[in-house]
Ligand binder design. Structure first.
Ligand code: PMP
Length: 449
């Protein structure tokens, strides 16, 4: 154990982590095993993985079927390329399967290894689309404040959380962010979007990117009419609509794809995470028939965009088995039902404790906001670190979840595996209640002193 912590400190640069914290305190958790909704660390302590790790282990941990799918495929053909129109059965079948699940007119898939690559690919694809249509000026990308779309070259700039721009030095040219519908409401958010479009000039805009539900921004669920209005606005100005389904795809929100909750069809969808439940890296971009037709007719010569692992046969085989499990076990419907149950639990906590503000779920994506005064939504001073303290108190009680604190918010996010049953939800909610209560007591103590 000690040796692993020392080696971790010395050699492992962790993604999206505090290097200082790692050096001072060592790795937070060294996980050894996963089974169902649980993770076990090297000390034998067991935790509910209430985030499905990084919102991705949709079918839960430890499913042998996926290990078998990988082993079978590896023994046959672990890897071969899909460049230069080389092809193989797993990627062909997966593309066809995804097309059958996506909204009716989205039928062609470009594969990547994850969400950031998918959004970078979508940025390049939409620009290429406009260029071969004779509108090369359409390069600008509009996205939402607090949206998260990844950390690669373009996806960092699609992301609307300024903390992520720092390391790149600055936001890239031609990326603009409009107001978040969860905070502003549909009318103001649409007005903000319209004014961005008019300021930038519709003839310069390639696409609008948004998550159907903003995940890393704090599980921000838009008002139900927001995306209908976005679709109309995009149609009015000839702008492509890209739905980032990296978190919301593959059942997370109680629909197969998150955008289905809002009754609109995007022109492109990006996906990753849940496509393989995280068992192996994979992502992609699904494009509409009309975009695909333009590519088929007008994209001449080589499309100079492709990853070594685009359509990786082993990843594709795992994805096919994963999707099969999601369908056969009815996990989309389960996510929907369990999301309702989880919300009831959150509401009970809100009745019992007096630092709970908005609580929300959509399928098994949920959030609890902590505020100083629920009546006015007055937030706590950032220095009190209320949400991180609750996450820590939950950790001590055997639940792993995530705090979101950008812009002085205190949001506790939940994204548990889609296999959750009611008693597992109840136990998670009970621990959440105890954790918030313990922090609430500390806060009273703090203010009294
Ligand atoms: N888009 C969204 C909505 C995401 O939540 C994430 C990852 N959290 C990404 C893109 C980036 O995906 P990846 O980390 O696989 O590159």
């Amino acid at each position: 154990m000690k040796n692993l912590i020392e080696l971790d400190k010395k050699h492992f640069i962790h993604p999206t982590s505090s290097i200082q914290q790692q050096q001072e305190k060592g790795a937070k958790l060294i996980v050894e095993k996963g089974e169902g909704i649980y993770l076990t660390d090297i000390n034998g302590d067991v935790f509910i993985d209430a985030m499905s790790s990084l919102w991705n282990v949709n079918i839960g941990h430890g499913r042998n079927e996926l290990a078998e799918a990988a082993a079978d495929q590896m023994k046959k053909l672990a890897y071969s390329s899909a460049f230069s129109t080389f092809s193989h059965e797993p990627a062909i079948k997966l593309a066809a399967k995804i097309a059958s699940l996506a909204p009716e007119n989205l039928n062609a898939v470009f594969f990547t290894s994850g969400g950031s690559e998918s959004n970078d690919s979508a940025v390049k694809l939409v620009r290429h689309y406009w260029k071969i249509q004779g509108q090369p000026k359409r390069r600008k990308i509009i996205a939402l404040k607090r949206g998260y779309h990844g950390v690669a070259a373009a996806s960092t700039s699609v992301t609307g959380i300024p903390e992520f721009w720092d390391m790149a030095g600055h936001l890239m040219n031609d990326f603009i962010h409009a107001d978040t519908p969860y905070w502003e409401g549909t009318e103001k958010a649409i007005t903000s979007l319209r004014s961005v479009i008019e300021e930038e000039g519709a003839e310069n805009i390639a696409a609008f990117f948004a998550e159907p539900v903003q995940g890393a921004g704090g599980v921000l669920i838009p008002p139900s009419n927001y995306f209908k209005e976005v679709r109309e606005l995009c149609n009015e100005y000839g702008i492509l609509l890209v739905a980032d389904e990296v978190i919301t795809g593959f059942g997370r929100t109680g629909k197969f794809f998150g955008i289905e909750n809002w009754g609109v069809t995007p022109d492109l969808m990006t996906f990753a995470k849940g496509v393989t439940s995280g068992y192996i890296p994979m992502g992609g971009v699904i494009v509409s028939d009309s975009i695909h037709n333009v590519l088929k007719e007008k994209s001449k010569g080589t499309l100079f965009h492709g990853f070594t692992y685009s359509g990786h046969p082993t990843a594709a085989a795992v994805a096919l088995r994963n999707i099969d499990i999601i369908e056969k076990e009815g996990l989309v419907a389960n996510a929907k039902a369990m999301g309702v149950h989880l919300l009831e639990g959150f509401k009970k906590i809100k009745e019992q404790l007096n630092i709970v503000g908005d609580v929300r779920t959509i399928g098994l994506l949920g959030a609890v906001e902590l505020v100083q005064d629920p009546a006015t939504n007055k937030r706590f001073p950032a220095k009190l670190q209320v949400a991180p303290k609750v996450v820590e108190a939950l950790h001590e009680r055997g639940v792993i979840c995530r705090a979101v604190t950008y812009e002085n918010t205190d949001i506790i996010c939940f994204s548990p595996p889609l296999i959750m049953n009611p008693s597992q939800i109840d136990s998670m909610v009970e621990k959440l209640h105890d954790a918030i209560l313990s922090v609430q007591k500390q806060l009273v103590h703090h203010t009294l002193n």
